[in-house]
Design a protein around this ligand. Structure first.
Ligand SMILES: [Zn+2]
Length: 272
């Protein structure tokens, strides 16, 4: 089955991973900008990162027939540096019209601080003014419920936002309903050490249905599994779900959501 991984950090993965993903049916990936494992010292560090995301990664993915899309921002961890964040936000428009850029992300909260919230709102303002879609990171573990509530309050407080153009990622059982009820898209992240497993993601599809639900690996430089979406596909099959339902979640839904971005020029595998 063809599938799309809507949240994966390929800059921290090897070329062999691209090859493996292609062999497993992955035809497209979307890569949000994230924390590199250290705090960057200047706006030029982000400019170089955005250059990599919009030039070399699409090329490297293309070696294996995978289409690469990306999202730009300064992540919540580095948003503690408000002055640097504002420089990055002012620089992002240099890249927004590049091919494959889908919007602003992954913005969000990490420790639910005041500075993180300030920079989150300034990203939202940029996205609205430039008509970009938004991809949101929700905090981990003990900070997730409160952080998700804070994020949803900030989003619903902005009447300019089109909720069907916003994806809230890393949902779990206690947050997915809040996100879907408000009209946003929800992403389930399959991650070995936290977040969600393929089994729990299947449970959530069974409980909530496939509408506005996505599943991703968030493969990054930490303990993570870039082939987690095929694990989900297998688990769904083992439970006897029809191929049409599985395809809806791992292929049709990402196309519907991404299709709202002007930077999403997708060639379906039959056209390539
Ligand atoms: Zn991420």
């Amino acid at each position: 089955m063809y599938y799309i991984d809507p949240h994966i950090h390929m800059v921290s993965r090897t070329t062999d991973d691209y090859e493996t993903l292609a062999k497993m049916g992955c035809v497209a990936v979307s890569e949000p900008a994230f924390w590199a494992g250290y705090d960057r010292g200047s706006v030029d560090g982000f400019r170089d990162y955005f250059e990599q995301l919009t030039t070399f990664e699409p090329k490297r993915a293309g070696w294996y027939g995978i289409q690469h899309f990306t999202w730009l921002c300064i992540n919540a961890k580095e948003a503690e540096n408000v002055a640097l964040s504002r420089e990055v936000i002012a620089m992002i428009p240099e890249f927004l019209d590049r091919p494959g850029v889908l919007g602003i992300g992954e913005i969000g909260l990490n420790k639910n601080t005041r500075n993180e919230a300030t920079i989150f709102l300034e990203h939202i303002d940029l996205a609205v003014k430039t008509n970009e879609q938004i991809l949101i990171h929700t905090p981990h573990l003990e900070d997730k419920f409160q952080g998700t509530r804070m994020i949803l309050d900030m989003l619903t407080g902005d009447s300019r936002l089109q909720r069907e153009r916003v994806l809230v990622d890393h949902v779990e059982e206690h947050t997915v309903g809040l996100v879907l009820d408000q009209g946003f898209w929800a992403g389930m992240t399959l991650y070995p050490v936290s977040k969600c497993t393929p089994q729990r993601a299947c449970d959530m599809v069974e409980i909530y249905g496939p509408e506005r639900l996505l599943v991703n690996s968030a493969g990054d430089w930490g303990p993570s599994k870039p082939t987690a979406v095929p694990d989900f596909i297998l688990e769904m099959r083992k439970r006897g779900h029809p191929e049409s339902l599985i395809k809806r979640v791992v292929y049709d839904n990402p196309l519907t959501f991404f299709g709202q971005s002007r930077g999403f020029q997708f060639k379906s595998p039959s056209d390539v």
